[in-house]
Structures are given as C-alpha cells and as structure tokens.
Design a binder for this molecule. Structure first.
Ligand code: SF4
Length: 237
C-alpha cells in the first residue's frame, strides 16, 4: 500500500524498513487494520491494565472471530484470546460433532483435523501447533465435504493470486497447486505428496511477504490431514 501511495507498483517490498520505520514519503507510517485501531481506542479510554486482564499472557485482549460453518452460516464473535476453539464453535451454536476438518487463519493457517478444536484460539498456541490465528477466521468443514477438492481450490487460488514478484512464490504456488490438483483427482504420486510435505517447510519465509507461507502451510497440513488415521473420504450420501 505504501509503495503504491509513493507512486510505485502495489507490490510488497523487502523488509526492513517496515512502514512504521520508513513509509509514505519516507516518513514513519502506521498501517493497521480497523480491529487494531479499535483496540487502541479502547485501551486509551480504559487503560492497558484492563486490556491485559483479558486473553492470555502472550496473546492479551480480545479478537473478532469469524466462524463459517458447513451450512454456509457465518457468525462473528468477540471473545478473549485463549478460549478453546471448541468453546468458540459451541458459542456460535454449532455442534462440534458435525465438524470434520477446520481451516484456520482464513486458510493461511492451513487445514486440520477436528482434533485442532482442542487448542486455544490465540496467536501463541496456534503458532506452536504449526498453524496460525491470522485474521481469526475459522472455517468448519463437515463430514460430507470433499477436503481434497477444497484444498485444491485453495491451491489454485494461491497460484492465481501470487504477485509473481518472488521466484519462490511464483513457482512454488504453481507447483503446490498442481500437486493438490493431482491429489483431488486421485492422480497424486508419492512424489507429489513428498513434495507437498517438503515445500511445506522449505518455502516458508522465502518471499517478500507471507503469501507463500500460507501456500506452504496449506501444502504441509494437507499431507498431515490426508495421512491421518482419522481421515475419511466424504460419505457418498
Ligand atoms: S511472496 Fe508472493 S505475494 Fe509476496 S511479494 Fe513475493 S511474489 Fe508477491
């Protein structure tokens, strides 16, 4: 955004400097989402100590959780960071027994089996688990949903939406999309699955922004999910 305002292409730059160090017209520039600015206003009125009373030590405060369920219904909940994902799901009025898989962080935190619902919904716990809270968007997939087709569609989205600026992202997203497509069509070779698992770690952190990290996390977690003992193909009915 800063680069575009300064007259350049709307593409991420190498960091540092970050915008708060040198941004619009080379001056320190704050870029925050509305939720963060709302927190800042709340803290200004109520004080930092009150904010720290909510959430966990490493992830204080609250977050706006967007929960999209397998019926297509969407619920927005403000809740303290650190609540169990399963508690958020129940708060949204969803029976967790109907949840087969979970996409986290939009889908930048990858796809997971329903056992992930036992984790705390906070930045720290999900990062330790190899995922991420990201924008706090949680998508629940039911037992009848074809997770292979869904992750293949997400892989294609990464390949379409890459800014094509970094070679590792331009080529990596396309390779991941191809392997996920093969997986969805029952044509994945052992090499496809080995590549997905490997790219899931080797590509992380290699781009000018975190976009390729999201594709890598999807690749890695997809292999983990479909290799899981609990993995079931969608029911035919
Ligand atoms: S990592 Fe991908 S999306 Fe990010 S700047 Fe590089 S090419 Fe663009």
């Amino acid at each position: 955004m800063v680069r575009a305002i300064n007259g350049g292409p709307a593409l991420p730059t190498a960091k540092p400097p970050r915008p708060y160090e040198k941004g619009v017209d080379e001056r320190p520039t704050l870029i925050q989402n509305v939720e963060t600015l709302a927190h800042a206003a709340w803290i200004h009125i109520n004080g930092a100590a009150a904010f720290l009373e909510e959430g966990t030590r490493n992830s204080p405060g609250t977050a706006l959780f967007t929960i999209l369920d397998h019926h297509g219904d969407c619920t927005l909940i403000e809740a303290p960071l650190g609540m169990k994902l399963i508690e958020l799901v129940e708060l949204a009025g969803i029976d967790h027994h109907e949840v087969a898989r979970v996409l986290l962080g939009g889908w930048f935190g990858g796809v997971h089996g329903q056992e992930v619902l036992g984790l705390e919904a906070c930045f720290t716990a999900l990062k330790v688990a190899g995922s991420g809270l990201g924008c706090a968007s949680i998508t629940l997939l039911g037992v009848n949903e074809d997770v292979r087709a869904i992750v293949a569609a997400l892989g294609a989205w990464y390949a379409d939406e890459t800014a094509n600026q970094c070679g590792v992202c331009r080529n990596g997203t396309k390779s991941i999309a191809k392997a996920l497509f093969n997986n969805a069509n029952g044509q994945a070779t052992d090499t496809d699955l080995e590549n997905l698992a490997r790219w899931g770690t080797t590509l992380t952190g290699r781009g000018a922004c975190a976009f390729i990290d999201g594709a890598a996390t999807l690749a890695r977690t997809t292999v983990a999910v479909i290799s899981s003992k609990q993995f079931m193909e969608p029911r035919a009915d």
